[in-house]
Structure formats: structure tokens, C-alpha cells
Design a protein around this ligand. Structure first.
Ligand code: ZN
Length: 232
């Protein structure tokens, strides 16, 4: 086995989705010790949390450390309703954002991750935010992540590094990254076990994985798969 190129230890924001599963494989290829963190926040697609264990098992090796679960359900619920956490139709808001946007969610996630990283002595925080092929969430933007890194380092007196390997990759390129990292075996693990669908539907199997096939998350995933499989 080739030694990982960096000696730093990492913490991966791991939701059980396609992006974070790819990020976990990416981190395991680079860092000798990788831990994961996941959040329960009353998400309608809480089934994604059940998808985490099979993916972790498939990627398990000497470099994979413990998993941390942070329960933010009461916090997020008390901040207000969104289509990601309530049974309402997914629509666009007047600001041009899907109403699945949970204001501040990723900022909260990164702050919690930084607290765990601080306590566990992990220098790298790896997250799957993407500005290229995303739902328009402002907290996925590269500038947001860079500003958070600065704020967290000032607030915690640390030199944490926030890494977002998917920031400039579209969904097709994310599938390609998975193949580069782990070949068809990893692609198959992600296709079968990762979960993207906002509605939590795992009853319908498509060639790109499970999902309702109609929500924005399914649309993105299906489109990326199709473009990766049939370029041009
Ligand atoms: Zn869906």
C-alpha cells in the first residue's frame, strides 16, 4: 500500500450521500487517520444516516477511525420550518433558493465539526460542499468555506484546514473521482449504499441508485450519472 501523502489527521463530514462518501474515500487516500462526523437534524431523509454504516464498512481499513454523531434535531427544529425537515412541497422561494435551504445549516455543521476536531486533535476538516453543480445554497460557496476557516481558526486558536475536494467538480466529475480513488468497486458501493433523495425514498432503484427520481437531489444525481456514463 502506498503511504498517504500527508501526516495530518482528518475529520470528514459524512452524511451518507454521494458527495460525502466520495470525500471519505478521498480523505482515506490522503491521510493516515480519518474520523467521520454525522448530524441528525430532523431531516426528512433521515434514512441517509442508516446508509453511513455500510459505506464505512466498505471503506474500513487501518486508517478509518471512530464515527461521531451530533444531534442537532431540537436546535434546527427550533430555528424554523423548511422543506428539508417538514412534510411540505419542495418549491423555489422568492430569492431563487429551494425551500429545502436550512439557513446556517452548513455553518452550524462546520462549527460542530471544528469543535470535535479541536478535541480529537484532527487538523483537516473535509466536506463535500460544491459550488459547481449545486442547489444554489449560499453556504456551499467557496468564499463561505474560506471565511469559516478563518473564523474558526481565530475563535479556536488553531490552524484547522477546511478542505472541499468537490468544490469545483460537477456531479459527473464526482463519479469520475470515485472511480479514480477506488475503481468500479467504490463506484458500486456509492451507487448502491449512498443516499441523496430529499424525500428519503429507497423503494425505487434507478441505474444511478435509490431515490424518488423527481426531487432536486435525485435530478442532480441522475443527471451527473448520465453525463458521466454518456459524455458528450
Ligand atoms: Zn428524490
Amino acid at each position: 500500500m502506498i503511504a498517504p501523502p500527508f501526516t495530518d489527521h482528518a475529520l470528514v463530514l459524512f452524511s451518507g450521500g454521494q458527495d460525502s462518501a466520495t470525500c471519505l474515500a478521498w480523505a482515506l487516500a490522503r491521510y493516515p487517520h480519518v474520523e467521520t462526523i454525522g448530524f441528525t437534524y430532523g431531516q426528512r431523509h433521515a434514512i441517509e444516516m442508516e446508509c453511513r454504516a455500510p459505506i464505512r464498512d466498505a471503506l474500513a481499513g487501518p486508517g478509518l477511525g471512530p464515527d461521531h454523531i451530533v444531534d442537532l434535531a431540537a436546535t434546527i427544529a427550533s430555528l424554523g420550518r423548511t422543506a428539508l425537515t417538514e412534510d411540505v412541497a419542495i418549491t423555489m422561494t422568492e430569492e431563487g433558493l429551494p425551500n429545502t435551504f436550512v439557513p446556517g445549516r452548513n455553518l452550524l455543521f462546520l462549527t460542530c465539526a471544528a469543535a470535535i476536531a479541536y478535541r480529537r486533535g484532527l487538523r483537516r476538516i473535509v466536506a463535500g460542499m460544491c459550488e459547481t453543480d449545486y442547489s444554489g445554497y449560499p453556504d456551499c460557496r467557496d468564499d463561505t468555506i474560506k471565511a469559516m476557516q478563518l473564523a474558526l481558526n481565530l475563535g479556536l486558536q488553531r490552524r484547522l484546514v477546511l478542505e472541499t475536494p468537490l468544490m469545483w467538480r460537477d456531479k459527473a466529475a464526482t463519479w469520475e473521482l470515485a472511480r479514480t480513488l477506488g475503481g468500479d468497486t467504490l463506484v458500486e458501493t456509492i451507487r448502491e449504499h449512498s443516499h441523496s433523495c430529499y424525500l428519503g425514498d429507497r423503494t425505487q432503484r434507478h441505474d444511478w441508485g435509490y431515490g424518488c427520481g423527481a426531487c432536486p437531489a435525485c435530478d442532480l444525481r441522475a443527471d451527473g450519472w448520465r453525463r458521466w456514463r454518456e459524455p458528450g
